[in-house]
Design a protein around this ligand. Structure first.
Ligand code: MG
Length: 355
């Protein structure tokens, strides 16, 4: 079997554009993959079209590991978020082809199912504690057993990660496809998070598991304070307490409390998260297949984390289409140290695009 065509699609059934790939073979079997990179879609698409697609024509689509190494090392320049997303799209499509050739789901080819289904978490947010509690209750009643909770910071309506309120400046930035430059005030944020979780425990009890995302905005000592403040509310994890640039800084957060820690959604290299795995300063790693280079490295990373008792919590919001979600779920289904999968419920328009 040989690859005859690599087609790249940038499509936007809702506001967020997806970068999708279709690898066509001379047998008639094709595979699909995804390299969506929120805010950098055209960079990934250009790399795929101009540099990667010509390298693949005529190759055996079954040689996944070999093609992965060719794309990673063959350009001399290694890694980086754009390149790893482009490689991810190709890797997913090749696994899709392999599954179709074998007549087996990809999770079966990765070692077989380790569970009957996967635990997911969904986001709840609001401009007030009352709104967040109402949103948590709503999603819990829908069946989500684990829920991420974010509240807008007082004086900053429609704040990051809790942006349900009106915010004309953010809407304008989105319209112009530019990043929203909101004001960030760490102290009011730090003072609001623990009281939110105290309120939620009072209102929704202890059956629902809760977590919170700090979006990598804190310094290590601020993050340590937050992890300590949140300890009484027994979060499943505190996500991205700090950015990923200085892996050794996580030790400062780790030493402060027993609040479990998750990181990884903006990490595009196994080598960048490895120090935090080996030092056991995190509990969940969130490097999803779509941003770490595909199913192949995600599976390897899970295997590396397993002996350190670190579980997965792959990134999976709505800016990843059902194709990227499917790749993550196949890895989730096949690994021993699966923890949880972030889940963004897709609109009918996006579902229609895939079917
Ligand atoms: Mg996050």
């Amino acid at each position: 079997m040989k690859i005859t065509d690599v087609r790249v699609y940038v499509t936007s059934p809702v506001k967020q554009p997806f970068v999708l790939v279709k690898i066509v073979t001379d047998s008639g079997i094709y595979g699909v993959g995804e390299g969506s990179k929120n805010g950098r879609e055209l960079a990934v698409a250009s790399l795929l079209e101009n540099h990667i697609a010509p390298m693949l024509i005529g190759r055996d689509p079954g040689a996944i590991e070999d093609i992965w190494k060719l794309l990673y090392r063959g350009a001399y320049w290694r890694g980086g978020p754009i390149q790893m997303s482009a490689i991810a799209a190709i890797d997913m499509a090749l696994w899709d082809i392999k599954g179709k050739v074998a007549g087996l789901p990809v999770y079966s080819l990765l070692g077989g199912p380790t569970r009957k289904g996967i635990l997911t978490y969904y986001h709840a947010s609001g401009n007030t504690f009352e709104e967040v509690a109402e949103d948590v209750r709503k999603h819990y009643e829908q069946g989500f057993k684990v829920i991420r909770a974010q509240v807008a910071v007082e004086g900053h309506p429609g704040g990051y990660g809790a942006g349900r309120g009106p915010n004309p400046e953010r809407d304008k930035a989105q319209e112009e496809q530019l990043p929203y430059e909101g004001v960030w005030e760490p102290e009011p944020y730090l003072q609001s998070v623990a009281p939110l979780f105290a309120y939620l425990r009072e209102q929704v009890g202890w059956d629902v598991q809760l977590l919170h995302d700090a979006h990598g905005r804190l310094t290590p000592i601020q993050a340590a304070r937050l992890a300590k403040d949140l300890e009484p509310y027994k979060l499943m994890f505190l996500e991205d307490p700090i950015g990923p640039e200085n892996p050794q800084s996580m030790q400062i957060v780790r030493n402060a409390s027993t609040t479990p820690i998750a990181i990884g959604e903006v990490i595009s290299s196994i080598h960048q998260i490895l120090p935090m795995i080996i030092s056991e300063t995190i509990d969940y790693m969130r490097c999803s297949p779509i941003h770490i280079g595909g199913i192949t490295p995600a599976r390897k990373l899970a295997a590396l984390a397993e002996p350190f008792n670190i579980k997965t919590a792959f990134h999976g919001p709505r800016d990843i289409s059902p194709i990227g979600d499917a790749a993550a779920v196949h890895v989730d289904m096949s690994i021993e140290n699966f923890g949880i999968q972030e889940w963004g419920q897709q609109s009918d328009e996006v579902k229609a695009m895939i079917t």
